[in-house]
Every structure is written in structure tokens, then in C-alpha cells.
Design a protein around this ligand. Sequence first.
Ligand SMILES: NC(=O)c1ccc[n+]([C@@H]2O[C@H](COP(=O)([O-])OP(=O)(O)OC[C@H]3O[C@@H](n4cnc5c(N)ncnc54)[C@H](O)[C@@H]3O)[C@@H](O)[C@H]2O)c1
Length: 446
Amino acid sequence: MEFDADPWEPATVAVVGAGYVGLTTSACLASMGHDVTCADIDPEKIERLRNGEIPIVEAGLGEVVVHAVAADRLRFVVGAAAAVADADIVFLCVPTPQDEDGSADLSYIEAAARQIGPVLRPGAIVVNKSTVPVGSARVVERVLQRSDVSVVSNPEFLREGTAVFDFLHPDRVVIGGDDEAAARAVANLYSPLNTEILITDAASAETIKYAANGFLAMKISFINAVAAMCEAVGADVADVIEGIGSDHRIGRAFLRPGPGWGGSCFPKDSRALVSIAADHGYDFSMMRGVIEVNDEQRLRMVAKIARAAGRDMALDLPLDGVAIGALGLTFKAGTDDLRESPSLAILDHMAAAGAEITAYDPTTVGVLDRVQTDRLGTLRLANDALGAANGADVVVILTEWPEFAELDLDAVARVMRGCSLVDTRNMLDPGSVRSAGLDYDGVGRR
Ligand SMILES: NC(=O)c1ccc[n+]([C@@H]2O[C@H](COP(=O)([O-])OP(=O)(O)OC[C@H]3O[C@@H](n4cnc5c(N)ncnc54)[C@H](O)[C@@H]3O)[C@@H](O)[C@H]2O)c1
């Protein structure tokens, strides 16, 4: 349904959850003129926010928060119940992690709904901004036990690293609800953004979010599979991307080969999509294939690194005694988020195969001296890229931090024990790496 905004009026808003989505939503809605109270269950996080500290790495977020607090349009409280009593509209921005069977775990959503149910003012609107399976608006309604409160779905499409920009310049805003007046009230919040607002039923809005993430994951898996084929047939993936990406039906966006997708959304949302489909009698085999290709991609990177070290993954402990200098730990550049990072998954495999690993990531310097991983236990961290390369047999680029494109390759070659560089992000010019006396291997490059 197309949406014509009502005359602009600021609203009183509560946001439950001060993570990547909740804090960005709070700060951006406040910057648009709304009055926002943001709650988190974690008192330490709220204390830091009250002291003007931003607990996550996110470009521009600090400035928007400071400005909104100074204008008295944003405040932070501990606990959902403390935020919602005066709110016209309450956003739920709490985690929906993966459950053991691949489905989305709704326990945080249900807990938040239980906490706010008795406190909401009559006529309030509760908005699911968390990524939730089809039918979750009904689940929240049941838990709230408030016939005078409406529930709508408003999935979030922001990307970590550009969250503030994405929130304020969205490609579209999607609002789904069976109560049209409530959906319109939520749509009105966004009217200063002058963006396309799509109003649907709740099930369609919930499906749109999973379908969007599933499609994006599919594009990355597709180009990773094409890169594997390029290596097999002697083609160059960069030329193939240029050739297919110039077709406007395909486009270049998200066609970048790498170590596989990860992060806080694609892995859990792609599995949830398979699980939601299965619950409703549809075998989403294509999505299962997308996930399988991604799992294979990580193992392909491990095999590449072993080959660069002159080892064979078929042996027991094939990387015993091999020193790896790992560049990048976060799942992508521009964020400090380590959730389901392909980098950590690859390092876990290499550690299990006997490798000794020293890693560097710009977001851990001065904050952490060790990172906990699944199998590796604790991972040794260096303070810079040269520190990670020092004494390494193989240096591997795992996250596309811009500073890795500027590496002093002669210095890297001088401090290494071996002479192999594996570039899982295709960031470096192979000729420059070879000129520094290092062997180069990328992904799908000739
Ligand atoms: N991170 C992204 O890029 C992104 C993008 C789009 C959608 N999403 C979705 O948004 C949701 C939130 O993701 P996130 O990355 O912001 O998570 P997050 O883990 O960064 O933040 C969630 C916050 O909620 C708080 N919390 C949990 N229960 C609470 C309660 N009862 N009351 C108050 N606070 C509570 C946690 O302490 C935490 O600070 C998820 O469903 C996710 O799939 C995330």
C-alpha cells in the first residue's frame, strides 16, 4: 500500500535494546525530532552511554548520540519497563539469535514483551524491529496480554559500519501490521526521511526481511562459487564480475568474492529462512545450497592457506609448526562485531590443524589482548599488521580493513619467516606483492 504522510508531529518513543540496531534507531529518531528513551538490560552499557561513551564501533554514531542528548531528546535507562510508560510507540530491538535447530530464538522478544506489557499506556503501539519469523507479531500480542495495544512489524535493513547513514537514507521503510492506523502512526515517524514507505500485512513485512538477507547471502555465495570455478578453469573473477555486473539485471553490488559471509545477521537469518519454510511445508533447497557453499568457502580458504605453507590438509595436524600472521578478525571492515566472523571460523580450523596464530585487527588494539574463539581458546593479538606478520610463514588477509591495502609489503617480507601471502579479500595488487619477494594467492584470480 502506498503511504501519504500526515502533517509532521514529533512522537514520544521508547527503544528496548541499546545494541547496533537499538542505539542507532534511538539516536537517529531523536535526531529527526522525536523524544526518545532508550533502555537496555545491561546496567554497565547504560552507565557508559550516560557518560557519553559509545559501546560499539559505528561511524558517526557518537556525534548523533551526543547531539541528541544535548538537545534533551535522548536519554538512557536500565530495564525496558522504565522506558515505556509515556511512550506512544515502543521499538523492540533485542537479539533474536539462532536456536539449536536453526530457528530464531524468540526468548528475548518474549521477555521484553512480558516486561513492558503491564506498563504500556493505553493505545500504545509496539514495533518489532528485531528480525523475527513470520507470526511473531501474534506472539508478541499474546505475551503483552493487552487488547488496547497494537503490534506492528518494522524490519531494519541497516548495515553495520554504515548504520547511521543507512538509517537516515534507507532504500525503503517497510511496515507491516493488520491495524492500519497503527502502521500509519509508525510510518509517520519516518516522514522526515522522504523515502519510499511500504505498508504491508505483518507476515509480508516479516518475510521481506528474511528474503532480503537470503538474497544478499545468495549473491555472495554465487560469486564465491564462480570464483572457485575461475580457479579451476583458469579464468579471472574480476573480469567475470566486470562482464556480468555491467548487465543492469545483475549489477555489481555484493559480487565480491571473499572468505564467505558471516556477522550477526546472514548466518542466523539464512538458517531461519530454511527453518521457517520447513515449518510451513516448503523445502527451501536453494537456501540450503547457499549455506553449504558458504561453509565450503571457509574450508577452501583453510586449504589455500595450508597450500601456501607447503602443507597438505589431508594429513593429521597438517599445519603443525606453521606460524600464521592473520590480518583482520571482524566479520567485515567498519565494525567491531566478531559474531560469526568468517575470519575466526577460518582461524579456528587452522588452530585445530596445529597452526600457531598471531592476529591483528584495528578494533582490538588497546581494548583486548586476546580474543576467545570456539576451538582455538584464546588467540594471541598483535598491535599492528607488522606485529602479526613477524616470524610468520604465511600472512593472510581476512577482513577488508582499508589499511591492509596500504601495507608496506617490503617491511612485511623482511619480518616474515616464510614468503607467502594469502589475500582472501582480493585487496592487493598481485604484482606488487610478488615484487616484494612474496608468493601471492587471492580468490578466483588468475
Ligand atoms: N546488527 C545488525 O546489523 C542488524 C541489522 C538489521 C537487523 N538486526 C536485527 O536486530 C535485532 C538486534 O540486533 P543487534 O545487532 O542490535 O543486537 P545487539 O546484541 O547488538 O543488541 C541487543 C541489545 O538488547 C539488549 N537486551 C536484551 N534483552 C533486553 C531486554 N529485555 N530489555 C532491554 N534490553 C535488552 C542487550 O543487552 C543488547 O544490548 C536482531 O533481531 C537482529 O537480527 C540486526
